[in-house]
Design a protein around this ligand. Structure first.
Ligand code: 4NP
Length: 166
């Protein structure tokens, strides 16, 4: 992206307090490790307004801290129509998120929507909702999300920064 616009990457789940805030945190952590943060616009949203303004779930924040990044400053928000224009990659956690997004995204932006885990080689497509469960659920989520985020960054680096060395 020679001197042009930032690459917009938006992670989406239902409440924006469990899975997508972790995806935002992991992906940002990976991008910073590559020294590429100035080239990216990274955010996360929910398809619902249920938890707008709330910080990420404590269990997810804890999982992030153990993995070396802090998502405690993030706050939940609901997706807006502007997000479909602003972001180039809109990565959902599960099939319900995809259905909700497809219902409201304008035709010209439909191709931005994908499962995050389509970027991992795990063969698993959905990040399960960890809201009604214990800490284990968040560890499992983080492992899946990390695989997806690593695969996504690899794809984007090949496409936009083929000669990059960290
Ligand atoms: P998230 O998880 O979509 O990963 O943030 C959920 C958060 C809240 C609820 C469901 C899932 N809820 O039912 O309030």
């Amino acid at each position: 992206m020679a001197g042009s616009k930032k690459i917009g990457v938006l992670f989406v789940c239902l409440g924006n307090i469990c899975r997508s805030p972790l995806a935002e945190g992991v992906f940002r952590h990976l991008v910073i490790a590559e020294g590429l943060e100035k080239h990216f616009l990274i955010d996360s949203v929910g398809t619902s307004s249920w938890h707008v303004g709330e910080p990420p779930d404590e269990r997810g924040r804890e999982a992030g801290l153990i993995a070396g990044f802090d998502i405690g400053g993030q706050r939940a928000r609901k997706i807006t129509n502007k997000d479909f224009e602003k972001f180039h990659y809109i990565l959902a956690m599960d099939q319900t998120n995809i259905r909700n997004l497809r219902q409201r995204v304008p035709e010209e932006h439909q191709n931005k929507i994908d499962f995050l885990l389509n970027h991992s080689a795990s063969g698993i497509q959905e990040v399960p909702d960890p809201y009604y469960g214990g800490v284990d659920g968040f560890q499992n989520c983080l492992a899946l999300i990390t695989e997806g985020a690593e695969g996504l960054l690899e794809t984007l680096m090949v496409k936009y920064f083929p000669d990059h060395r960290p």
